[in-house]
Design a protein around this ligand. Structure first.
Ligand SMILES: Cc1cc2nc3c(=O)[nH]c(=O)nc-3n(C[C@H](O)[C@H](O)[C@H](O)COP(=O)(O)OP(=O)(O)OC[C@H]3O[C@@H](n4cnc5c(N)ncnc54)[C@H](O)[C@@H]3O)c2cc1C
Length: 303
């Protein structure tokens, strides 16, 4: 199957394919071993051909957006990693709605909405990554999250394209239930008419808030743990005495205790060990078991 997959991949993909591609270069934590194949489909049809091939050959699949919420283990990923960076179309529809492809950068989307005088997505302006990544984890900030705006979702699911009403999807705080191997291809979002000056003001407020609280200065993946009900993960980590705690090159940020940073030369193993230590110490001190917000994928090295 592997040989069949590799041969058909090279013969049919119009975009790019890289073999044994280190995933550290595709994640903001700057760790992670290689992917067997790393493909960048040229457009939607190219993506659908690739997904059909992966389904037919039962090739394990991982989509990477901007890699800002992703911890890839040191053994990398045995299978196909797909980047949707070339699927970046966005257009206005009637009634203050937009249709956007999953590979578009969040910040470009926010710029587009401002230009089209559409409000509602300002909270996404300081969340790094792609629209597909944001939808996959239900990214959010300042009391809003992206799945709340979804009217239609277009996904590859069970070997075919499917169209969903937003109300058919199950999601919550930093959570969106995706089926095994489901890939978000595009979405229609419902926004509202907005005044560009009011949009700019809100974007500026959010930008200042980030600068004050999150200037950590080293590679990171944003909040590493979800906030448990009724409290914030950083408070629990601080109370456990772990500000600045370090395993190898991975460290609890001195600036923001829920940001784990790469001080240079960290491995995924360092981050996993540090995360395990945090969970154990927080649980012992507070009785609360933290849950990772960062998605952990791939294989250990087996060493
Ligand atoms: C400095 C900083 C600040 C941050 N602040 C916030 C914040 O305020 N709020 C917040 O919610 N997050 C925040 N994050 C985390 C991150 O930016 C978001 O989770 C973002 O939505 C990740 O998008 P991405 O494209 O990088 O996804 P990735 O990290 O590439 O992927 C995340 C997950 O989604 C899956 N995925 C990606 N694309 C698709 C697709 N098309 N179909 C199916 N699955 C897919 C991946 O397989 C993976 O499981 C922050 C990160 C950083 C570094």
């Amino acid at each position: 199957m592997r040989d069949l997959f590799a041969a058909e991949l090279r013969a049919n993909l119009r975009g790019e394919v890289l073999e044994n591609e280190p995933l550290a270069g595709h994640t903001s934590l700057k760790v992670g071993g290689p992917a067997d194949w790393f493909a960048i489909p040229a457009d939607r049809d190219d993506l659908l051909g690739l997904l059909a091939l992966a389904t037919r050959t039962e090739t394990p699949l991982l989509v990477v957006g901007g890699g800002y919420n992703l911890l890839v283990r040191d053994g990398g990923f045995r299978g196909l990693v797909i980047s949707l960076v070339r699927l970046g179309k966005v257009e206005c529809l009637a009634g203050s709605r937009i249709r956007v492809e999953a590979g578009l950068d969040n910040r470009e989307l926010v710029r587009f909405c401002r230009q089209e005088e559409l409000a509602g997505l300002e909270f996404l302006g300081m969340i790094p990554g792609t629209v597909g990544g944001a939808l996959a984890v239900n990214a959010g900030a300042h009391g809003s999250s992206v799945m709340e705006l979804v009217e239609r979702l277009f996904t590859w699911c069970g070997g075919q394209m499917r169209e969903w009403d937003g109300t058919q999807r199950t999601f919550g705080y930093r959570y969106h239930r995706l089926a095994e191997g489901e890939v978000i291809v595009a979405a229609e979002l419902g926004l509202s008419p907005g005044d560009p000056r009011a949009i700019d003001q809100l974007l500026e407020v959010y930008r200042e808030h980030r600068q004050a609280s999150q200037r950590v200065g080293f590679p990171n993946a944003g909040s590493f743990f979800k906030n448990p009900a009724g409290t914030e993960a950083w408070r629990l980590i601080e109370a456990a005495g772990l500000r600045g705690a370090r395993v190898g090159g991975a460290q609890v940020s001195e600036v923001h205790c829920n940001f784990l940073v790469n001080r240079g030369g960290a491995t995924a193993g360092d981050f996993l060990e540090l995360a395990g230590m945090i969970k154990q110490r927080v649980s012992a001190g507070s009785g609360i078991m933290l849950e990772e917000e960062v998605k952990i994928v791939g294989e250990d090295t087996g060493l």
